[in-house]
Design a protein around this ligand. Structure first.
Ligand SMILES: [Zn+2]
Length: 424
């Protein structure tokens, strides 16, 4: 029988030592690790895609029970396409694999990651500070608050206000709170929400502007966590902070050589209006500390330098606390969302100095851009343990990689959730 005929009946998959088609069954190699089994799941989807098969069968009894969950996760996460703007006839149907139905947690994880991917992939006209806030307002299980321009002024979000000045859609901040009984620690999550980054008056070239609807991927992940907490409760109190702005050039835009007075008293010389993300994050970090957070974690598509250093599959991780840094690395190993520990090199801090203000937001030496951005942020957080994830690389990738879809990947969602859930 030819493959085409099996396709009609639905492809059958099983596991074996050797990979390939035999007697009407496609054998996948036994995975040896959790991430390996997630990738095997993605391979199954890929094989079905190549053969244009929409239905498959598999018995999970064949696979080590420790790997079943991640295998299903791999199948589900890899079956994603952003098709919101495709005509009905162009849309591709999802695949159906018999034998993995009835799964609970895995499909919730899929829904969560797809929610984040959809947010990141949608058009900048659709996802702006206003509409993002409206989406946030509908999330259940957490208490959501939206701060408007007036609130931002009263609460010293001066970086966010400056960056958002050039847009007709005013900046906002979304804040949510999750307070389980008996919580011992307060963890703040801060996500960069630049819903479109043109660079501002320091305008980007078309080549660098084209993907800039995804510059809110950090905020999308933090919002994804809000959605997750209903199904995946955690022990700690969580406060999510997402400063939102569009960075656009206009007669009202903030300008190079403006000096911003930040809420912790420090002044910032604007050297480049395209180094805007760190200004939003600085507001978020200051606010998180004022709320009494014990741990603050920020996620941001922050620097091209992080991509140069680690490529598009790995996020740069900075941590001021050894133990929490290790916990994040452990969560990374478990979820397959890769991070690499980076140093906060104190010897470079002098580079931040400005002649006109306390520090400047850009214009350091050309090297070490990701570290310089992290050092800048560290000026706005003092007491809490602090973890900073520069996700500029893995938030959006060019070609699909196993279960990571091309374009928005939802990177950081599973990582952060795993970190927050901790030892189970
Ligand atoms: Zn920028």
């Amino acid at each position: 029988m030819k493959i085409e005929e099996y396709r009609k009946k639905g492809l059958s998959f099983s596991f074996s030592k050797e990979e390939g088609f035999r007697d009407g069954i496609y054998y996948l190699q036994f995975p040896k690790t959790e991430e390996g089994s997630r990738r095997k799941g993605a391979e199954l989807t890929e094989i079905m895609g190549k053969l244009k098969a929409k239905e498959g069968n598999i018995s999970l009894l064949e696979i080590d029970k420790n790997f079943r969950r991640s295998f299903i996760e791999g199948i589900l996460l890899s079956d994603y396409k952003f098709q919101r703007y495709k005509g009905e006839r162009e849309k591709e149907a999802a695949i159906y694999v018999k034998g993995i139905d009835g799964v609970g947690e895995e499909s919730k994880i899929r829904d969560l990651v797809f929610f984040v991917r959809d947010l990141v992939n949608d058009a900048p006209e659709k996802i702006n500070p206003k509409s993002f806030s409206e989406i946030a307002g509908k999330i259940q299980g957490v208490e959501v608050f939206v701060g408007d321009k007036k609130w931002l002024k009263e609460n010293g979000f001066n970086g966010t206000l400056a960056v958002g000045k050039g847009s007709s859609i005013p900046p906002r901040v979304v804040i949510y709170r999750y307070s389980p009984e008996g919580a011992r620690r307060k963890i703040a999550l801060v996500g960069k929400g630049v819903t479109f980054d043109s660079g501002g008056l320091d305008l980007k070239s078309p080549e660098y502007m084209k993907d800039m609807h995804m510059d809110m991927a950090g905020a999308a992940v933090v919002l994804g966590i809000a959605k997750a907490l209903k199904d995946f409760p955690v022990k700690d109190e969580i406060i999510g902070i997402m400063p939102l702005a569009e960075n656009l050039p206009s007669s009202s835009s903030y300008k190079p050589y403006d000096v911003l007075q930040m809420d912790n008293g420090k002044t910032v010389e604007i050297n480049n209006t395209d180094a805007e993300g760190r200004l939003l994050l600085a507001d978020g970090l200051i606010y998180a500390e004022k709320q009494g957070a014990d741990i603050v974690i920020d996620l941001a598509t922050l620097t091209g330098a992080a991509i140069v250093a680690l490529g598009e599959l790995v996020a740069a991780l900075y941590s001021t606390d050894e133990e929490e840094g290790k916990k994040m690395e452990k969560a990374s190993e478990k979820t397959g969302e890769k991070v690499w520990r980076m140093p906060l090199v104190e010897d470079y801090r002098d580079e931040l100095k400005s002649q006109r203000a306390d520090i400047k937001n850009s214009g350091y030496k050309r090297s070490g851009g990701s570290i310089m951005a992290a050092l800048f942020l560290s000026e706005f957080i003092e007491r809490p343990k602090w973890l900073h994830l520069d996700i500029a690389g893995p938030a959006m990738i060019e070609k699909p990689f196993y279960y990571m879809s091309s374009e928005g990947t939802g990177f950081g969602t599973r990582l952060l959730l795993e970190y927050l859930r901790g030892e189970k």
